[in-house]
Design a protein around this ligand. Structure first.
Ligand code: NI
Length: 214
């Protein structure tokens, strides 16, 4: 024996399905909206970026002109950093890998850059060994104390060397932002500490697409 559900029951079921759908869509928008605003930030009216004169991890002197035409993801830190710096450089690497998975040509347009704020310990050789742990195209930049100061100032990066302990070891306090610069050297956006690499990749893609890259 077969029974056909009555009309009121059918209407009630449809209403439940519709309500679940609306709730799911609302939740999705809230989540996606939140993740976008918490990942990337645009700082208005503050100039970020400018001239740099540093040495890369192969020993070549470089300036901002050497990166003209390339997007740059830039992070300032130091190789002795116990956790914050390796985490951020891993996020940078993962975001670029994620982008490369779907669009290798687009990812190629972005150069990951690590600039040390502790050049006394982070020599060219130390930087070479360090960046090799992350993205294969990562550029490690170091310089004199004055050139480091100038670069950090251009990017509004704060850092402060701590007092050495009895072994001569010291920590360095530093701000932790991932800067994304355009091929003209101008600031495009930045990512907060501990951003989700997938969201970073998404933002990188949207900036490049906005610029007409596909
Ligand atoms: Ni650090």
């Amino acid at each position: 024996m077969k029974r056909t559900p009555s009309l009121p029951i059918m209407i009630a079921l449809l209403a439940v399905v519709a309500a679940i759908g609306v709730a799911a869509i609302t939740a999705w928008f809230q989540v996606s909206d939140k993740s976008v605003t918490s990942t990337s930030m645009v700082l208005p009216k503050v100039k970020i970026g400018g001239p740099i004169t540093l040495t890369d991890h192969t020993g070549t002197r470089v300036s901002e002109a050497d990166f003209a035409g390339k997007y740059m993801m830039i992070y300032f830190g130091y190789t002795y950093c116990p956790d914050v710096c390796p985490t951020e450089l891993t996020i940078m690497t993962q975001a670029l890998m994620e982008l490369a998975d779907s669009d290798p040509e687009m990812a190629e347009k972005i150069t990951p850059v690590f600039i040390t704020v502790d050049p006394k310990r982070d020599t060219v050789a130390v930087m070479k060994e360090y960046v090799d742990n992350f993205h294969p195209r990562m550029v490690g930049l170091s310089g004199s104390s004055d050139d480091t100061k100038a670069a950090a100032k251009a990017y509004r990066v704060f850092y402060s060397l701590g007092e050495p302990d009895e072994d001569g070891d010291y920590g360095v306090d530093h701000s932790s932002f991932l800067y994304f610069m355009g091929p003209d050297g101008a600031y495009r956006t930045m990512f907060k500490h501990n951003s989700d690499p997938m969201e970073v990749a998404k933002t990188l893609r949207s900036v490049l697409e906005e610029d007409g890259n596909s």
